[in-house]
Write a protein that binds this ligand. Sequence first.
Ligand code: HEC
Length: 225
Amino acid sequence: MAYKLMERKTVSAGRVVTTVIVAAALLLLVSCREDMHNQPKFIPLRENTFYADGRSARAPVEGTIARGQLEDDPLLYTGKVNGQEADQFPFAITEKDLARGRERFNIYCAPCHSQLGDGNGMIAQRGFKNPPSYYEPRLMKSPVGHFFNVMTNGWGAMGDYSAQVPVADRWRIAAYIRALQLSRSAKSGDVPGRQVARLASEQPASGNNANEGTSERKTESMEAK
Ligand code: HEC
């Protein structure tokens, strides 16, 4: 009787073992699912032993230029002609460009330079190095290319704005700074006759209604830059 009991126990232990093995095998099968979990791809900037330099990121082929990145106009892209800061704009500046320049200036530059351009913006008031006033004689005489250059490459304590402000907008901001500078010394005689009547009849400018530019096409093509 005792022997029989033991025998029955042994049998049920064997079943348990079988069940465990089957369950484990099923589990193994589940974890064998590969699908797209492991792809033979290069994760950006991850090291890679395939190439001699150990990098998965490849440099562009020498002598090639990506589409749209030719930048073959030194004046437009550097503000310089023959290595000198130029005193001319690479495209005609319309009222619309000036309005856009004012808007961009007030966003990106005024926090430090102030809306007046006197260098007394809020960030400077809170302790950042005071930028120079745009009305100091040296900057009054600086060519527009200088302002483009400062925005493109930074200047002393000021970082560059090439990532935030696209090329054409940098020129529009430079044009607006020129307009600010002019505003300090302009006389009513500087305003062309036909504009005087218009100015007198106008409400104080809201800034965004100057869109009757004549060189629309040029402006539009520049907007893509
Ligand atoms: C975070 C504050 C800050 C912002 C924003 C800023 N600037 Fe400046 N800027 C400065 C400071 C500070 C200087 C003085 C740097 C120095 O001389 O070390 C300066 C200098 C300049 C100068 C004078 C360069 C010279 O010849 O002395 C120009 C021009 C200028 N900034 C234009 C701009 C324009 C345009 C923008 C907007 C796109 C702009 N800045 C945004 C802080 C700023």
